[in-house]
Design a binder for this molecule. Structure first.
Ligand SMILES: *Cc1c(COP(=O)(O)O)cnc(C)c1O
Length: 398
């Protein structure tokens, strides 16, 4: 489904931006609308998806896990097998192909944990575009390896030491840069959020996940699955899986947010549990905010889910009853992380482990003839050190 012409999905979404950004965003919107259906754009995109990203990714039947849990047949969509090891590359590839057609020579992005920054730096290297990544100073210290990766890939990483020295300050700096350098620069946003047209554009580029799942499951099982499950940070891997199935009402959709240390003040990142509607980073959506509209602190063991806002289309799907949302705690996710590793020889990203945690909890409520597809949004190699700290009961939040 597409948003209306102003970028709204029901009451959610839109484009709440300062005057200075309206020109640049309009330019992105026009380019996206112009190129998205162009034949040469589509063939270019599918060429790089195949030759560089490694698509189509497999849909693996997790036989031992299914038998162990004694419930439905569980299939895993293997985004962990893409180049760079997570679904983020689907979006950065799509957007950089738009930027190139806009004749931009420079890409700007912000990153929190560094995963989006690495995906952006990767495609910039591939196409020889200049790349500037803004990152909060505290995050650059916590994520030194990703800073090094980005620099290795040729990106310039700018450490932001204003405000809280984390993601939201990095976003402010990146926006300032964009407004000043819009002539040659493109702003590459990392999840299905922000002002219109970004949620729509990111949804479209990630929908390759669900499209492949549909073909693959029809091939393997001769029918659609009963349920799709994905973790939800900003919401891009989940919406990419769900979107091609929105009209297939027999398929239930489940998004899993980060329950952190439990649903208590400032200890989680489950927007639908403790959040309310507000305007955040250019879009009207559910956010974790206090009574004065100040953004609350969030906590999750997974960097990719540790975010105060969620993509607007998820709010609409929840309001319509088309998708359900729940959460998994750090503890449940880390149990899933080690169970999947042992059962299938697949170390999942801690983000994806939240989705696995849901199926572990729910398997006994589903009969053996049911089929579920769980999105493995990324691989867990990046998370092994966190897992060591966690199992040693060290403070993972410092
Ligand atoms: C960034 C990330 C996520 C969360 O982002 P979404 O936009 O919600 O998909 C989930 N899994 C992995 C592996 C990630 O890197």
């Amino acid at each position: 489904m597409n948003p209306d012409s102003r970028g709204f999905y029901g009451q959610y979404g839109g484009s709440y931006i300062p005057e200075t950004l309206s020109g640049p965003i309009e330019e992105v919107k026009e380019a996206f609308e112009k190129f998205r259906d162009e034949k040469s754009f589509k063939s270019d995109l599918s060429y790089w998806q195949k030759e560089y990203v490694g698509r189509a990714t497999p849909l693996t039947y997790a036989k031992r896990l299914s038998q162990f849990l004694g419930g439905p047949k569980i299939y895993l969509k293997r985004e962990d097998l893409t180049h760079t090891g997570a679904h983020k590359i689907n979006n950065t590839l799509g957007q950089i192909l738009i930027a190139k057609r806009m004749r931009k020579t420079r890409i700007i992005a912000e990153t929190g944990a560094g995963q989006h920054g690495v995906a952006v730096a990767t495609v910039c290297a591939l196409f020889g575009l200049n790349c500037t990544i803004y990152m909060g100073e505290d995050d650059t210290k916590r994520q030194r390896l990703n800073v090094y990766r980005m620099r290795l890939l040729g990106a310039s990483v700018k450490s932001v030491d204003s405000g809280s020295k984390t993601l939201k300050d990095a976003i402010n700096e990146a926006m300032r840069d964009w407004v000043t350098n819009v002539k040659d620069s493109y702003y590459l946003l990392g999840s299905a959020l922000g002002p219109h047209p970004y949620p729509q554009m990111v949804t479209e580029f990630q929908s390759v996940i669900g499209q492949e799942v549909k073909d693959q499951i029809l091939n393997k099982e001769g029918r659609l699955p009963d349920q799709l499950i994905a973790c939800v940070g900003g919401g891009s891997n989940a919406i990419g899986l769900f979107h091609p199935f929105l009209e297939d009402k027999s398929v239930s959709l489940v998004g899993v947010e980060a329950g952190g240390l439990g649903i208590k003040e400032n200890l989680h990142a489950a927007r639908f549990e403790g959040g309310s509607v507000g305007i955040f980073q250019g879009t009207k959506t559910f956010i974790l905010q206090d009574q004065f509209g100040q953004i609350k602190e969030t906590k999750s063991i997974s960097a990719g889910l540790d975010y105060a806002g969620i993509g607007p289309l998820h709010c609409f799907l929840k309001a319509e009853g088309r998708a359900q949302y729940t959460y998994a705690t750090d503890k449940e996710a880390m149990n899933a992380f080690s169970l999947l590793s042992k059962m299938e020889g697949i170390i999942p990203a801690i983000e994806s482990s939240h989705a696995i945690a849901y199926i572990i909890k729910e398997a006994s409520n589903l009969s053996k003839d049911k089929i579920v597809v769980c999105n493995l949004s990324g691989r867990g190699d990046k998370d092994v050190e966190t897992a060591i700290f966690y199992s040693n009961k060290e403070d993972i939040y410092n």
